[in-house]
Design a protein around this ligand. Structure first.
Ligand SMILES: [Mg+2]
Length: 265
């Protein structure tokens, strides 16, 4: 934990905004494990082991670079990711693409659960703070993940970038969260693993402090913006925040209804 700045910025906050993927849950690790399952399926069905591994590696790289269809006519997530498998498998094995995607999707979703530590941290924080989730990605894919973790029980607002013209780091989605939660930016901290969308986005939106969940520090020192705090694991947030007893009155008035960018009726 990097505490060079001290904790004074956190003294009066009432609201914590979280990113989802690779912040609250190891999305990358889950996807890699699902790829291994696909690789095994491909091998058991006639592909050479090296070719199966290469194809799944290629799919994973494509997925990281292009989680959504970047084209002008946006395909739905299933079509798009099946197409990534077609590209990864190449002409000889592209007939496996549908099965590969089905296995990948099923394994990913069945493993998309919060760890007990994260779950209990969120329940603990919820007693003292307003909690928001702001996640980038396609509406369909991200809402499926939110449902998989039963997100509505933890968060007072859930916003998905794909439901808006622009996701993080653009200010619009942060401003929506402030509005729904009835807080000012200075009441909030933003916690996320992405130095651009979460940290730069939070700074641009004017939050009191940003907390970076560090996966890889390469090159970040050269940036002209910096996170206020760095943590290796999101659960360290409990140690970073002031003693929670001091905040027991802050969120006594939860006048807002549960709100989400899709299920807002
Ligand atoms: Mg993330």
């Amino acid at each position: 934990m990097d505490l060079k700045l001290g904790r004074e910025k956190l003294r009066d906050i009432s609201t914590i905004l979280f990113d989802l993927d690779n912040t609250l849950i190891d999305t990358r690790g889950i996807a890699l494990r699902a790829c291994k399952e696909v690789s095994r399926y491909l091998y058991e069905n006639g592909m050479r082991d090296i070719a199966a591994e290469m194809s799944t590696k290629k799919f994973f790289e494509h997925l990281c670079k292009m989680p959504e269809d970047p084209g002008p006519t946006q395909m739905d997530v299933d079509q798009w990711r099946t197409l990534l498998w077609v590209q990864a498998l190449g002409p000889k094995y592209q007939f496996f693409a549908r099965d590969a995607y089905d296995i990948f999707k099923a394994k990913t979703m069945s493993n998309f659960k919060l760890s007990r530590d994260v779950e209990s941290m969120l329940l603990d924080l919820k007693k003292h703070y307003k909690l928001g989730l702001i996640t980038n990605g396609s509406s369909e894919a991200q809402w499926a993940k939110v449902e998989s973790i039963d997100g509505k029980q933890y968060f007072d607002v859930i916003l998905v970038g794909g439901d808006y013209n622009q996701g993080k780091p653009h200010a619009t989605i942060f401003e929506k969260a402030f509005q729904v939660l009835d807080v000012s930016p200075k009441d909030c901290i933003m916690v996320g693993d992405n130095i651009w969308s979460d940290i730069y986005g939070g700074i641009q939106a004017g939050v009191m402090a940003t907390v970076w969940i560090v996966r890889n520090e390469d090159g970040y020192q050269d940036l002209d913006y910096q996170p206020d705090y760095k943590l290796r694991n999101v659960c360290e947030l409990l140690d970073l925040l002031p003693a929670q007893g001091r905040f027991s009155g802050l969120c006594a008035k939860r006048a807002f209804e549960f709100y989400s960018s899709v299920y807002s009726s």
